[in-house]
Design a protein around this ligand. Structure first.
Ligand SMILES: [Fe+2]
Ligand SMILES: [Fe+2]
Length: 491
């Protein structure tokens, strides 16, 4: 019996642990919370609108209206809860988009009774899935389809089924799609699939097919040809509007991350020309961070883009950083002031945040700039300062933080620490020696409390170490020169 109680307790603890968000929740202002609540109430009232317009019949009728109101209100609350849990960094603008789309769907549903639910539900699903991920999009679809439709004409339940299946397919595919070209394919294939589905379920009236005209698209119910055209057109419109929505609501789609990771972007070109050493460091870091993130199942596109921009602040004074000095004299030696040198190091974070704002980098990407340094000590300058005065405060030689708030930024911090050590390693060093160095650096970050907010498990830390080792082995392999034939010809 005791064993059973212990097992139940253990299971409950495990469940509670699994429910804890991996990232700190974004704080939402009181006024935004009030507006979100207000929109949820409006959605609930609008959904009950159909009942209220009918004359009040009896007490059962009133109760059913009240139940309907609270049902929809709770559903809106659940949607907001799921979105915050699934995407802890979600901001108030994105929640407004989520429930705003729900409100728009309901208004369209009431005012355009002839329009197919396919055309109203599927395009917003595409936007949500691209911007906030598959899980939030699937939750949105489930809630948007609740009580659909209250249309007096009634709608075929097969049409609802087709809508649900099409929306789920869009939610799942769009969450994974990495290019706008693939999105265009989806906007053609999904309407086609929906057409075939409706054809099998509902059949097609030949008059509908041959009497097709533009007016039918919104005015005639049940014309599956016009429904298909309208769906395709609205999906294309959603794709065209995506870049605008990205900048208004701060959405970070995979396509946006890929665009930002293009090394021909002006800011990255500037880094490669004005700070070539930092750019080289960035490229090797990308390899390390990508491999580790892939191994633990994190967001590879985000970590790649974050890595490319993490040291962008070094552009303010490239020659103050050793990787750009290229054998010339070190200005820190001439300065001979550890406090000033520490300020210059902190500046690469502060100026980086300013540059990120100027170039409108999305917040999840800009977060890599302060979090890759966390609250680490500037060891070399602290040592120099302590040589002059032993009672010096360590706080003057610590980065301002915050410590990494996500697994991706934490991986970048670990890769940043290991990169220089691995680059400097002897080409003939064994795997064991390399792993020892990697473990030493990672363990020092753990002991320093830098990974407290990133919720890594021990297994994940082990996988990160092994993936760093694998990347180092690849790089070492490239550096080993192949023997050349004596007559300089290869066979
Ligand atoms: Fe840095
Ligand atoms: Fe760096």
């Amino acid at each position: 019996m005791q064993n059973l109680t212990r097992l139940i307790k253990k299971t409950i603890n495990l469940w509670i642990k699994s429910q804890a968000p991996t990232q700190k929740l974004t704080n939402i202002k009181k006024i935004d919370r009030f507006l979100i609540l207000l929109i949820c109430v409006i959605i609930s009232i609008i959904t009950s609108y159909e009942y209220v317009t009918k004359p009040i019949q009896n007490i059962d009728f009133i109760i059913s209206v009240i139940i309907n109101f609270f049902e929809v209100f709770i559903c809106c609350g659940v949607l907001v809860y799921i979105s915050k849990k699934e995407e802890p960094t979600i901001n108030s603008r994105q929640i407004f988009l989520l429930i705003g789309l729900l409100l728009t769907v309901l208004i369209l549903k009431i005012n355009l009774k002839t329009i197919s639910p396919l055309s109203i539900i599927v395009p917003p699903t595409l936007i949500i899935s691209q911007g906030m991920g598959t899980t939030i999009a699937l939750s949105w679809v489930s809630i948007a389809l609740i009580n659909w439709p209250n249309s007096p004409n009634g709608m075929n339940e097969y049409l609802l089924l087709t809508t649900f299946v099409s929306s789920c397919i869009v939610a799942i595919l769009s969450g994974k799609i990495r290019s706008r070209a693939q999105l265009l394919q989806v906007s053609i294939l999904v309407p086609l699939g929906a057409f075939i589905g409706q054809y099998f379920f509902l059949g097609i009236d030949n008059n509908n097919l041959y009497n097709f005209n533009i007016q039918n698209i919104v005015s005639k119910q049940g014309n599956i040809v016009s429904d298909t055209f309208l769906l395709a057109a609205l999906m294309l419109l959603a794709i065209i509007c995506m870049p605008i929505l990205e900048s208004i609501f701060g959405l970070v789609t995979k396509a946006r991350l890929l665009e930002l990771a293009d090394q021909e972007k002006p800011l990255l070109r500037k880094l490669s020309i004005e700070a070539p050493g930092t750019f080289e460091h960035t490229l090797l870091l990308c390899g390390l961070a990508e491999e580790a993130t892939r191994t633990i199942g994190g967001n590879v596109d985000l970590v790649r883009t974050g890595a490319l921009y993490h040291d962008i602040g070094k552009l303010h004074a490239p020659n103050w950083f050793i990787e750009n000095q290229n054998g010339s004299s070190n200005p820190h030696d001439e300065l001979d002031n550890p406090f000033e040198s520490a300020k210059i190091l902190q500046d690469h974070v502060d100026k980086g945040i300013q540059i990120a704002r100027k170039y409108r980098l999305p917040k999840p990407v800009a977060n890599f700039i302060p979090e890759h340094q966390g609250t680490l000590k500037m060891g070399y300058f602290l040592f120099k300062a302590k040589e002059k005065d032993k009672n010096i405060s360590e706080n003057n030689f610590k980065y301002k933080g915050p410590i990494p708030q996500s697994k991706e930024t934490a991986i970048l911090m670990l890769a940043d620490g290991c990169e220089a050590a691995l680059r400097a390693m002897d080409i003939n060093a064994s795997d064991k020696e390399a792993l020892k160095i990697i473990s030493k650096i990672i363990n020092s970050r753990i002991q320093d409390g830098q990974l407290l907010d990133s919720n890594f498990s021990r297994g994940e830390i082990y996988l990160i170490k092994i993936s760093f080792l694998n990347v180092w082995k690849r790089v070492r392999h490239r550096r080993i020169q192949y023997p050349t034939a004596k007559n300089n010809s290869f066979t």
